[in-house]
Design a protein around this ligand. Structure first.
Ligand SMILES: Cc1cc2nc3c(=O)[nH]c(=O)nc-3n(C[C@H](O)[C@H](O)[C@H](O)COP(=O)(O)O)c2cc1C
Ligand code: SF4
Ligand code: SF4
Length: 264
């Protein structure tokens, strides 16, 4: 990678992807390339041609969240800037990365590398952030992200050129309603009213505008795409599947994530 600086746009529901982006940024900074993490969704900052574009967000429903796809579609023309994708997933990407590569090429970015480490699953019942198994997966994943950043600097990365037949299919499907409807049906996130103190934090941080006040109490509506952000960071641990309260999976505390993302 020849770029002198790096700007990485990050969305992270429960902190997994943030930790990967943070690990990569650490390597860039240690090697004299200023790296900045930006919140996604959010403002797209004008960038110099010698500033590489980094994209970091999870694979979700074999593609990614509709608000992330909207963000990607709104990226300005790249003018030949270098770009990479550092994502996270629990098992299979189903070629999300190929759909992203095509979008970058169409917008005149130069795709220079892609890496999607496996991180702990962030949905389902009985999730433990602190389990030794999860800590091991996080350690391996962040190590992979750091190694990817080093290889980027050495010009030793490529984008997986393999084009799977389904590439683009899930990506297109993810822009519709039904995968998210299905996800909500299997994993219905709800607010436990007895535990909620109506602080409004979940509504403030929801990237999909899916939390509303109904009959004097907060509730999750059908705009929800299950990103787990509210459940991971509710200070009362009042959000869970079927309203089951209790601590939910998160890879890092909210203060670390929000402190690491630069908004100006
Ligand atoms: C709605 C949803 C859909 C997901 N779909 C996939 C998937 O298709 N493939 C996969 O490997 N992991 C999937 N995962 C797991 C996440 O990609 C994984 O846990 C990721 O590291 C979460 O990152 P985050 O903490 O930055 O949000 C999904 C998670 C959620 C919440
Ligand atoms: S963040 Fe938690 S406690 Fe606060 S309003 Fe949302 S559900 Fe209630
Ligand atoms: S309601 Fe919660 S899980 Fe659903 S989109 Fe908003 S933050 Fe994500």
């Amino acid at each position: 990678m020849n770029s002198k600086s790096v700007e990485i746009y990050v969305f992270s529901g429960s902190g997994n992807t943030f930790l990967l982006a943070e690990a990569a940024a650490g390597v860039f900074n240690a090697n004299g390339r200023e790296a900045v993490l930006r919140p996604l969704p959010g403002e797209i900052f004008p960038a110099r041609p010698d500033c590489a574009l980094g994209l970091s967000f999870p694979v979700a429903c074999f593609a990614t969240y509709p608000f992330v796809i909207k963000f990607l579609q709104s990226l300005p023309p790249g003018g030949g800037r270098e770009a990479f994708y550092l994502g996270s997933m629990a098992a299979f990407s189903f070629s999300t990365e190929e759909a992203i590569r095509r979008l970058l090429v169409a917008k005149n970015y130069k795709p220079v590398g892609c890496c999607i480490p496996k991180m702990p699953s962030n949905y389902g019942k009985h999730l433990s952030p602190a389990s030794p198994a999860n800590q091991n997966i996080i350690k391996t994943g962040t190590g992979e992200a750091a190694a990817f950043a080093s290889r980027l600097l050495d010009g030793k990365t490529g984008w997986d050129k393999k084009t799977a037949p389904w590439s683009g299919f899930f990506y297109r499907v993810a822009q519709g309603q039904w995968p998210w409807r299905l996800f909500r049906w299997f994993f219905p996130l709800q607010i436990n009213k007895a535990q909620c103190v109506q602080c409004g934090f979940c509504r403030k941080i929801c990237p999909a505008g899916a939390i509303e006040t109904k009959a004097g109490a907060l509730s999750i509506n059908s705009n929800c795409v299950g990103c787990q952000h509210c459940a991971a960071f509710c200070p009362q641990a009042a959000i869970g599947i079927g309203g089951q309260s209790g601590s939910y999976y998160r890879a890092a505390e909210y203060s670390r994530i929000t402190g690491g993302l630069r908004r100006q």
